[in-house]
Design a protein around this ligand. Structure first.
Ligand code: 3AM
Length: 171
């Protein structure tokens, strides 16, 4: 099964992110991420075995995520898949530390795939028709987090559906 670790927005923030997604969609077209799929990927694990998945579920249920606040104050894009995202203007040191700590542990589980660059972001649009418009208001949101989710990504005809398999305790 295909898994990733992510921050899942609390309901109010999810709503604000959904509003940004609507504004972005009006400008850029493409496929708007459904509200229930909005997340911030900390580590994409790819395909893992059932045995590994069970170990990961146990680990996440005991994992402590240091509480943090991530400021979302910039739009960004990944040109090739036409992804438009909202994220931070500058790298967030606490999220960087969390991501490195997670990968240290994941490599202990025998998982590979640590990326060379980590750009925390929330994907709002996929296959955007253009990425060069500048008509959107600058975002200004704060994501207060203290836990993460282990999420299964299930492919279906119109994209992926995400199912949380485990959630770390609130810290
Ligand atoms: O956080 P976002 O939505 O940008 O793009 C996929 C999504 O990221 C990414 O993992 C998240 C959940 O699917 N993803 C999918 N395949 C990937 C891969 N092979 C990948 N990230 C890195 N390598």
């Amino acid at each position: 099964m295909r898994l990733f670790l992510a921050l899942v927005p609390p309901p109010e923030l999810r709503e604000r992110l959904g509003e940004l997604a609507d504004a972005a969609h009006a400008h850029y077209g493409g496929r708007r991420m459904p509200d229930e799929s909005l997340h911030q990927t900390l580590a994409f694990l790819g395909e893992v075995s059932d045995v590994q998945a069970t170990e990961l579920v146990d680990w996440v249920r005991r994992l402590t995520v240091p509480p943090g606040e991530w400021r979302l104050d910039a739009w960004g894009h990944f040109r090739r898949p036409g992804i438009l995202w909202v994220g931070g203007h500058s790298p967030d040191p606490a999220l960087g530390r969390l991501q490195r700590r997670l990968w240290d542990a994941l490599e202990g589980f025998g998982l590979a795939g640590r990326p060379t660059r980590f750009v925390p972001h929330v994907t709002l649009l996929r296959r955007a028709e253009r990425l060069d418009a500048h008509g959107l208001p600058t975002p200004d949101l704060v994501w207060v987090y203290n836990r993460l989710d282990l999420i299964q990504s299930i492919n279906h005809d119109r994209g992926s559906r995400y199912v949380s398999l485990a959630r770390s305790p609130e810290s």
